[in-house]
Structures are given as C-alpha cells and as structure tokens.
Design a protein. Sequence first.
Length: 215
Amino acid sequence: MHHHAMVGRHGGGGHRGGPGHGGRHGHHHHGDPADDAGDEQGWVRGRKFGAEDLQLMLLGILENKPSHGYELIKALGAMSSGFYTPSPGMIYPALTYLEEIGYATVELEGSKKRYHVADAGRAYLDQNRDRLALLFGKLKHVARRMEWMRRAWTGQPMEAGPEGQDTVTGWVPELVQARQALKQALFRRDDADPAEQRRIAAILMRAVQEIDGKA
C-alpha cells in the first residue's frame, strides 16, 4: 500500500508550508524573534501542515494513547499551547482515511469512535520517526516562540534561570539573537547573484552539519 499516492483524497490538512501573512507586530524586546511573527497566523488557523503531515502526527499520538477525534484535537492544541488547533473538518476526514488504508482501527463506544494504531500504521511510523519528531518539534517550537513574543509585546520581563536561560522557553538570549541575526543577514542578501547564493548556501550547509554534530 503506497500511502503517498493516496494522500489528498480527504481534506486532512491545509496548505503544506504555505506562508502566513501579516507584518511585524509590537516591539522587539529581549532579542525577540518576531521577524516572522505573521507566519504564526497560519498556525492559529490550523493551516501549517499538509494532509500527510497531519495524518502522521495523528498516528504518533494514537500510538501512545488510543483516542477519540476531539481528544486528538486537544492533544495537538496542548502540544502547541493552543496555536495549532485543527478543526473537526480536518481531523475526522484524516482519521477516516487512516482507517480506510489500514493504518488505524476503530473501536465503537456507543455513538463515539475511539481510534487505535494498526500494525501497518506502526510500520509506517517506524519508517518516519525522524519526520514525526520534526513535526512535533515544530509544534513545541511555535508554542515557545509565541510565548516569548507575547511577553515581549506586553513588556513582561523574562526570568533567567541559573545558566541565563529563559525559564519559560528554555532559550538563552545568545541563541535568540543568533537566529535573528541570521534571518536579517539572509534578508539583506535576498537579491544576491547566483554565485553569491551558492556561497551562502555552502555556509548554511556547513552550519547545519556542525549543529547536527556531523562536521
């Protein structure tokens, strides 16, 4: 069964990686990473994941806890602190699709359906662990980033832990400032010629390898 070929029969998600819209808001206190604040509006509308990504995340949750559809909505909302809350119109078609292709099974409890991961669904999860970890990481990151920006906009002071890290997000100021500086540097070179673009790409790939411990 080739899952990729069948994705899209149901409206299990919105635009894959589609850009959010909106300008910069508020004041950038504390090295606030708000350069792409408008991007979060897509998360609020639940449109930051495509159908296949949403289905994979649902399987990831079901693997740990068989759930009703509304429980899955709550689980995704809790993971992102409320910033990614897909609607029932996104969740239930995705669950129906997972059932149809044999990745999930259904247990009837009166008029309600509790979904479980089937063996084929576990096999699919095993093939996509890295991708699932990245998706869940995005959910948790956007929750931390929006909390950081909320406090920056309202002027609420950041509380530092013993190593200087923000007690809510766990981020140290140096990391936030470095991310912001990188974004600004890329914006300044956005109209670079092809040779310069390749030079920048090589620098970024070396940084990726070093961050991942592969350098």
